[in-house]
Ligand binder design. Structure first.
Ligand SMILES: NC(=O)CC[C@H](N)C(=O)O
Length: 435
């Protein structure tokens, strides 16, 4: 199955590359092709490779630089724009109609988490759309997308030929771009120093600065390593019965690990290579920590790096809400929400680890698990927001596993606990490994 997936994916990629690619002359700007409100200032997305896409500004009258990436998600622009994973990126929406349901209210749930946003503010550097809805309508809307972007200092362009833009990004890969508002594009001389925001440690910029506890009366105590956590991850853990202690990405979790019944590693922006402290902490935990660990997206990459996997950058990433991921053991396919540019190279699998999920489109890794310790992670987003909730059970399963381990510790010796949970053969291996 996997080899078939890999062949299919290489066929898909090669056939796409050989297909008639649009010719992009980097001198002629792509004119706005969708309606731009009369009186809007002209705005441009200029790529480092020279192409310019012109449209009308409907956000802040400011310039921004970011990695231009595209998402095929049809809904969920408030969630995507406030997802810290998009820090340093300019989001190009393939869905043409953006803004039609406005921006929701800032109501909070019982855990004090915003109900309709994934963090307190817009995280992306800017947005590019084809057909912005100046008029919006929704029972929960309190302002327009344009007003939200304007008051947040985030530039937004409408009227852009996003099909041509996405065609280009698929052909050459995600590309550094600059949004600027003004009659004429900026003349970036060949010596212009393009400062790539994603070359910085973006996780350090978005992670919490101090620990914070959610749902203090939860029945199990879970440490969440915050690499740029989305609010719905915290919400799902709390709703599953956990007390969640959110810790900064580089917090010394090793020295307090035994206080926690389980550890969760969150999503986050930029390259995982900047998170060396987190990776080193995970490596130290592997030497003694025997309770469940679960990671999502960046968490999958950091757990994998700590285990000995390599990471590589995908040409244009997987960002959308209909990405198919296949469970390698059961062949079950789940439809997932995704937003990532890096992936684990699972062509070489470290000892005692196994591939868990694989992407049915491009054969990229979608999850890993330890063969007999309760450590696992997925590249996709079970917490959705936006996208399908089909795999949100994985967060609940993690909390249930933590509870099972905790309860078992009270009632049974370790050997019995591991026998019951892992099966006697794996348990025997574990006991050997822990000598
Ligand atoms: N959503 C995420 O956690 C993204 C992880 C990482 N920044 C990537 O782009 O692959």
């Amino acid at each position: 199955m996997i080899s078939a997936l890999r062949t299919r994916s290489s066929f898909l990629l090669s056939s796409f590359k050989n297909s008639k690619q649009l010719r992009f002359s980097s001198s002629t700007p792509f004119k706005a092709i969708y309606p731009v409100q009369a009186g809007s200032a002209t705005a441009h997305l200029q790529l480092k490779t020279g192409e310019t896409f012109t449209g009308g500004s409907f956000g802040a009258n400011t310039a921004a630089i970011g990695e231009a990436v595209f998402t095929t998600s049809l809904v969920g622009y408030p969630e995507s724009m406030t997802d810290p994973s998009y820090k340093g990126q300019i989001i190009v929406f393939t869905q043409p109609l953006i803004g039609n349901y406005g921006v929701p209210s800032r109501s909070r749930d019982k855990f004090d988490l915003l109900n309709d946003f994934e963090s307190e503010q817009i995280q992306c550097a800017g947005i590019v759309v084809s057909d912005y809805s100046y008029k919006y309508s929704h029972w929960n809307a309190v302002e327009s997308l344009g007003d939200w972007c304007s008051r947040s200092g985030v530039p937004a362009i409408t009227g852009v030929d996003t099909r041509a833009l996405v065609h280009l990004l698929r052909g050459q890969g995600s590309t550094l771009g600059a949004i600027n508002v003004g009659k004429t594009p900026i003349e970036f001389g060949s010596d212009f120093k393009w400062k790539d925001p994603t070359s910085a440690n973006l996780v350090g910029q978005v992670s919490c600065k101090f620990p914070r506890v959610y749902n203090p009366n939860g029945e199990v105590n879970i440490a969440l390593i915050d690499c740029g956590v989305k609010y719905n991850m915290i919400r799902l853990l709390c709703e599953s019965g956990a007390k969640v202690t959110v810790l900064p990405w580089d917090y010394d979790i090793v020295s307090i690990a035994d206080k926690f019944d389980g550890i969760f590693i969150s999503n986050g922006p930029g390259s995982p290579s900047h998170c060396t402290p987190t990776i080193n902490n995970l490596r130290k935990l592997f030497t003694f920590y025997k309770k469940p660990i679960f990671g999502i997206c960046m968490g999958n990459q950091l757990l994998g790096l700590a285990a000995g996997f390599q990471v590589y950058k995908l040409p244009y990433g997987n960002r959308g809400h209909n990405q198919p991921a296949v469970n390698i053991d059961t062949n079950q396919c789940v439809i997932t929400s995704q937003n990532h540019g890096y992936a684990l190279d699972d062509s070489q699998v470290p000892e005692n680890w196994a591939r868990w999920y694989v992407n049915a489109n491009d054969g990229s890794n979608e999850g890993i698990k330890h063969k007999f310790l309760p450590f696992r992670s997925v590249q996709f987003h079970p917490e959705a927001c936006g996208g399908p909730n089909d795999t949100s059970y994985m967060v609940r399963d993690f909390v249930q596993t933590v509870l099972a381990f905790k309860e078992s510790e009270w009632r049974k010796s370790e050997a019995e606990m591991f026998d019951e949970y892992l099966g006697s053969e794996a348990s025997a291996k574990l006991q050997m490994a822990l000598q």
